[in-house]
Design a protein around this ligand. Structure first.
Ligand SMILES: [Zn+2]
Length: 104
């Protein structure tokens, strides 16, 4: 286990470039799995195409994604959303939680 961890750390140092949120520019950790992900603050500003605020939840512990309009608690289908006018895609993160990536 310790060897595995050391290997991961080494790989991180060697291969990971600097990464900044593609929307607001804040410094973030780089994850090769999510090469275009945006920061939590930007995630909290997600809206649909009409500017209605959206929040995202996991549908169960291991993942799954549901989007809900924060004004009415109405469920919304689909993964597409907008943050500051940029098109993004929401998905359940590999280890649980939510990740939003900018549509490159
Ligand atoms: Zn950001």
């Amino acid at each position: 286990m310790r060897e595995l961890l050391a290997l991961c750390v080494k790989e991180r140092v060697l291969s990971d470039p600097e990464y900044n949120c593609p929307i607001c520019g804040v410094e973030l950790a780089y994850f090769s799995r999510y090469p275009n992900y945006i920061c939590d603050l930007c995630v909290s500003q997600a809206t649909d195409g009409n500017g209605r605020a959206l929040v995202f939840f996991n549908t169960h512990m291991a993942g799954g994604l549901v989007a809900v309009y924060s004004d009415t608690n109405e469920k919304r289908t689909g993964h597409g959303c907008f943050v500051r006018g940029k098109q993004c895609y929401a998905d359940a993160a590999y280890m649980g939680g939510i990740v939003l990536e900018i549509d490159a």
